[in-house]
Each structure stands twice: as structure tokens, then as C-alpha cells.
Ligand binder design. Sequence first.
Ligand SMILES: *Cc1c(COP(=O)(O)O)cnc(C)c1O
Length: 356
Amino acid sequence: MKESFSLDALLRENIKKLVPYSSARDEFKGEASVLLDANENAFGSPYSKNYHRYPDPLQHQLKEKLYQIKGVPTENIFLGNGSDEAIDLLFRAFCEPAKDNVIVVPPTYGMYEVSANINNVALKKVNLTADYQLDLDGIAAAIDAHTKLIFICSPNNPTGNSIRRQDIETILVNFDGIVVVDEAYINFSKLPSFTKDLVEFPNLVVLQTLSKAWGLAALRLGMAFASQEIIRVFNKIKPPYNINQATQEIVLEALQGVEQVNTWIKLLVEEREKLSASLAELDEVAAVTPSDANFILVKLIEPRALYNFLVDKGIIVRDRSKVELCEGCLRFTIGTPQENELLYRAIVDFYATDND
Ligand SMILES: *Cc1c(COP(=O)(O)O)cnc(C)c1O
């Protein structure tokens, strides 16, 4: 439990003072037969479905459905145009450009750094340890009076492992800024989500997405779970209609398919374990990092040559071999059983024909 926490002390002055845009849909919410308040086209549109009215700015129906699936109350949910929108809003709400700073723990997701750069906010890097866990002393030493956010990705991208829960809690308790736990891959992990800890930690923001396990990357729907106070700030500064009507409708329908998604998750996890085990047996493979995600980070000899060989075969993987602490590694997303078999065969072929 966090003893004292002041959101006001963290927010930028301009955000505290901000009067948000009040849309037509904010000002009138009841049922009406004649809507002449928002300058829409009353005839409709040339498209076969009706998209001529502005959508619900706060996506009430979608949040209700997400509450049923995830058990997080609707007032604690923010929906964004991908998690990337929530990441950007965190910077804009809390970080004074050229004055505040944030901490990231590489190797990790690249978007935190890009967002920091876009917002002209200094970024402090405290590398993960050799076993891809948090360097708690290093993080404590990096925190100063202007540190507003700490980003922790768990399961981590690109390493795939989960960050020890106890360590994340240590930071939540001792750091008075916002701790962002990015759970983009939580569906593939057996560990519980931090969404259960929102009451205990008012400085916690949990990010999830429909882009990975839910298979809806093209629709762009990211979720942030946090205290009502923090969600209210997000709602105040987000673009008024940030989730379009088509996305709201399609996602609402897709969320009926929990069972299908759970079946896929089970299969992907089985495939992950199978591919990890097969690759670990190859002499040319130095290490397969144990993964709680839908990808594996594999350290192997001649990573760049293997990468190019795979590209020639039409198989695209992610080359992380030049990334600090991932030297010599490629990242393989787990695909269908057929795709994983093709990848495995191609890797075996490469090493079999390599030494002539
Ligand atoms: C893929 C990914 C996301 C998802 O981003 P979206 O904008 O929701 O598609 C977020 N965080 C991490 C670590 C990811 O790997």
C-alpha cells in the first residue's frame, strides 16, 4: 500500500489549469430525434453504413464490455488510438519539456524513448541486469526531483521474460512519480496482471492493447488502467473523438470472442515452448530466453547472415543483434504451427549449408 501520494504535485501547471474542449456530444447526452448541434451531414454519407454522427467520446459501451472481461471498473479505463496514444498522453500530462525526465530500463520497447524525444523530455536509461531484471539500486540512483515517469515492460519486449513482481512493487512503494507497467503481452503469461493492484497503488498506470493476443492490431485500440483521478486527466487532454465509430463497433463485436482468443493463446504458448526447446538443442544456438510472451529472443551464431538467409526465403524476423544486452540475438514471433515449422527448418538448413 502506498501511504501518501499527490497527483497534483506531479501534473504540469498548464494541464492542471486546462479547460478541456467541450464537444456537442459532451453537452447533450440524452435521446433526441433532431440533432442540429454538431454540423454533421443529416443526409448520411456515401458509405453503406451510418458513420455521419460523431462517436461517443468516452466509449461507454466498450468500457462496459472490457469491465466484464477484465474486471476493471469503467471509471478506471482509458482507451487510446493504440497504447502509443496513452504513452504520449503520459508525457504531455506529467512532463514539463526541457525540465522533467523519465526512466526507462533497456533493452525494452522503443516507443517510450521516441515519445520522450517528441515531447523534448530527458530520458535516463538504467539497463536491466544480465538476467533481464530491474537494477533497483541503479533506478534509485537515477531518480531525482524532476523524475516523473518510470516505464517497465512486463513481459518485456524484446526479451520476453517477466519482470519480478516484488521489484515492481518496491518501485511503486518508493517512487512518488508514476510507474507505468506495460502489459502488452500479459495474455501469454501465467502471472497475474497489475490491474488488480490499482487500489493499492495510486501512482500505477497499467497499459494493455488489443494489438497482440486479440489480433486487432489494425484497429488501433490500446488501454490504460489507472486511478479515476489519472483517467480523468487523460480524458481531459485526449483528442475529443480519439476512438472512431468503426473501431468502437468492430471491437465490441470482436470482444464476444474471448473463447477463440483463449484457444489461440493456449496454442501459441504451446508452440512457443516447442520452438524454444527445438532451437535450444541446436549447437549454433547459445541461449533461448524463457518467454512469457508470443515471441522468443534467441542468441545464436551469425545472426545477421541468418537474418538475410531467412529474408531470402520470405521469412521476416526481428534483428536485435546490435541492441545492447541482446548482442547476437534475433527475435522470433510465434506464428501458426506451419509457420514455426518453416522457420525452424530454414534455420536448420542455414547452419547445415553454412560451413562449406
Ligand atoms: C506491441 C506493443 C505495444 C502495443 O502498441 P499498440 O499501439 O497498442 O499497438 C505496446 N507496448 C509494447 C511493449 C509492445 O510490444
